[in-house]
Structure formats: structure tokens, C-alpha cells
Write a protein that binds this ligand. Structure first.
Ligand SMILES: *Cc1c(COP(=O)(O)O)cnc(C)c1O
Length: 224
């Protein structure tokens, strides 16, 4: 009997299938395994399978877990996917390889300062509030051009846009909107990333242009 696919293999296969339907190159899609709340022992098997991109939503939790794992797996790329307080900007810049939650002017200032100080220029996705739900964070669409200007002035490398659509409604229009915003506000060669899609909707997101999907539950099981 053949061995059953691991959750990682299943998610990778689903991404590949969504790419095929959308006629996209699977190499354009980065799977970010969201390991928040899960201990190192739960992360190890994915590292052994070859997964290298991981997402965390809290600076402190990531600081506690990742330095040791990274010694063993130096190619790991850490993505900060949760809301970031300005007073943690310097710690975040020191630890993470990408920040997906740049969403306000005060944070642009703090991150710009942290990058100047440390000399590490960490690519940032600007989180956009596509569903007009303040509690999830995200820059209002009307304020996006000004925030992008400010980020450029602060010499923050912009990796693209990120969104978390409203819970429990069809995400397609929100993913399509983020894709359009990235095309409208990004460089002429359309090279910006789109960080969108979670366990429940990553295949849909890939069909609509996601370059980074943030998948937790489908890889690690429910969070306790
Ligand atoms: C927790 C989280 C995820 C992963 O969610 P799952 O439904 O477990 O895949 C993705 N993005 C963000 C911003 C998160 O906070």
C-alpha cells in the first residue's frame, strides 16, 4: 500500500492544481506555513519535509521559538503575518524576513527607523482593509496611495499587498480587489506580491493571483 500524503503534500498538490486551472506557474506561489501557537516539536516534521517559509503572528512567540530552529535550518524564511505594535518594530526587523502587516503611518515611521538603525531592509506587504472591518487592521483603500508614498520615502522595500477578507462570506471579490489594487499601485511590470488566502480559501486565492498563501490549520490541525 502506498503511504498516505502528508498534510504538506496535500496542500502543495492543491496549490499545484489551482495553478494548473489558472494557467499559472506553481513557482510563483510561496506557501507560508503558519506555525503560530504550535511548539517546535510540531514544526520539526515540516522542516524535515523541506518546508522553509513559516508565518508567525507575534514577535515574542517567534523570538522564543525560532532562533534555535534556525540554527538547524538556516534557510528558513520567517514571515510576520500579525498586527505589529510600533514598539516591537525593531525586534520584528531583526527577526523576520518579510512583514505582511504594514498598515499605518505610525508603523511606517517605526519600521523605517528600525531599518535605518539595523541596516536590515525587510520587504513589507501593505495590508489593505478590503472588507472595511477595522478590527482586522489594514489600511483603508482610500489611504493606500499616501501610505505607499510614505513607505517609499522611508526607504521601506514594498513586497506587495496583503489582505484578510471578512470571515464567512465568499472571498472571491476581495481577492480580485486586492489583485487589482496591486496592479494599479505596483510597478509597471506587475511584480508585486499578493499575500492572500488561508486554510479555507487558499486555492481560490491562488486562482485569483496570490503569490503568498498563509496556511495554518490545514498543515498543523486546529490551534488549541
Ligand atoms: C492565523 C492566520 C492565518 C492562518 O489561518 P488558518 O485558517 O489556520 O490557515 C493566516 N493569516 C493570518 C493573518 C493569520 O493570523
Amino acid at each position: 500500500m502506498e503511504k498516505a500524503d502528508t498534510p504538506l503534500q496535500q496542500v502543495q498538490a492543491n496549490i499545484a492544481q489551482a495553478c494548473k486551472i489558472a494557467r499559472r506557474d506553481p513557482g510563483e506561489v510561496t506557501l507560508v506555513a503558519v506555525s503560530k501557537t504550535h511548539p517546535a516539536e510540531a514544526i520539526q516534521p515540516l522542516l524535515i519535509e523541506g518546508q522553509r517559509h513559516f508565518g508567525e503572528n507575534r514577535v515574542q512567540e517567534a523570538q522564543a521559538k525560532w532562533p534555535a530552529l534556525r540554527e538547524e535550518y538556516p534557510a528558513v524564511q520567517l514571515h510576520l503575518i500579525g498586527q505589529l505594535q510600533s514598539n516591537k518594530a525593531e525586534d520584528a526587523v531583526a527577526l523576520f524576513d518579510a512583514i505582511h502587516s504594514l498598515d499605518r503611518s505610525s508603523l511606517v515611521k517605526a519600521l523605517g527607523k528600525a531599518m535605518d538603525k539595523t541596516g536590515r531592509r525587510v520587504p513589507c506587504f501593505v495590508q489593505v482593509d478590503v472588507g472595511e472591518e477595522e478590527q482586522k487592521g489594514g489600511c483603508p483603500i482610500a489611504e493606500l496611495p499616501a501610505l505607499l508614498d510614505q513607505a517609499r520615502e522611508a526607504d521601506i522595500p514594498i513586497a506587495g499587498l496583503m489582505c484578510i477578507p471578512p470571515f464567512d462570506i465568499e472571498p472571491t471579490p476581495f481577492f480580485a480587489l486586492l489583485d487589482k489594487l496591486a496592479r494599479d499601485h505596483g510597478p509597471a511590470d506587475d511584480s508585486w506580491g499578493r499575500s492572500m488566502g488561508m486554510s479555507g480559501d487558499y486555492e481560490t486565492a491562488v486562482k485569483l493571483g496570490a503569490t503568498h498563501v498563509r496556511v495554518g490549520t490545514a498543515l498543523f490541525g486546529e490551534r488549541g
